[in-house]
Design a protein around this ligand. Sequence first.
Ligand SMILES: CC(=O)SCCNC(=O)CCNC(=O)[C@H](O)C(C)(C)COP(=O)(O)OP(=O)(O)OC[C@H]1O[C@@H](n2cnc3c(N)ncnc32)[C@H](O)[C@@H]1OP(=O)(O)O
Length: 244
Amino acid sequence: MGLGYDQLSMNSFSLQREIQLRFLNPADIPDVKNLCSEWFPIEYPDTWYEDITSNPKFYSLAATYHNRIIGLIVAEIKVKLKLNKEDADILASFYPPNVQVAYILSLGVVDDFRRHGIASLLLDSLISYLTSTDTFDCKALYLHVLSSNLIAIHFYERRSFQLHCFLPYYYAIQGKPRDGYSYVLYINDGQPPWSVFDYMMYCGKFLLHLQPCALPKQIVRTVRSWFCRFLTSAPPQTHSKHTS
Ligand SMILES: CC(=O)SCCNC(=O)CCNC(=O)[C@H](O)C(C)(C)COP(=O)(O)OP(=O)(O)OC[C@H]1O[C@@H](n2cnc3c(N)ncnc32)[C@H](O)[C@@H]1OP(=O)(O)O
């Protein structure tokens, strides 16, 4: 990009103080196109660029340095009902179909600016937005990544995302099938699908709550209290005295 950043020899802290965050707008399309073709092996149609820079359903945030875009994150919030088949089991099955999830479509930082916390800054802004009171109904943040993109995988794992599933032949890169992974971060008390272990734990807690050992004692106590109540509420009996 020829930003001359390498000559500035700033540390990450000083650099981050010069970074500004702002939302993308349609005037950014040419820059965003260039950056995406630099970062990703996938070609996006023009409508995609128009959508992410103008449709309010996307959270499209840019990090700028001296007014040039040096990083961006694009995410979309959707309802569980609209999840693709391969992502449908991201949340526990007890969530209703209208519960929300967020999907990271892309995250990238210009080469010279990498490893200075710029992607973390962008991701933190997205997470702060998703955990604000307005979006408390959003229970998970997920993404797809090429299985060969070890740097991105390391980045997300370091930020507590967990592997959700392996996606064989998920991408077609220059006509060749390539594997992917999906990763997820549960937010706002979101829960993954329950495992057998979770169900066992739940049953255990339920039984503990019932206190089965105390059951016979409880039954005796209840019967005794009913019996006492019955005796005290019974009408007084009239006794006739017989004198001989
Ligand atoms: C859903 C998707 O968008 S998946 C695609 C992700 N994007 C891309 O692959 C585009 C090309 N790559 C990039 O733009 C960047 O390398 C990103 C977005 C993955 C990371 O951006 P950066 O600004 O460098 O990240 P940031 O500085 O916040 O965090 C650095 C972390 O990334 C990881 N990382 C960055 N570079 C490397 C590297 N060379 N080797 C290993 N880990 C690395 C580490 O976890 C590192 O954390 P650490 O320094 O504490 O060990």
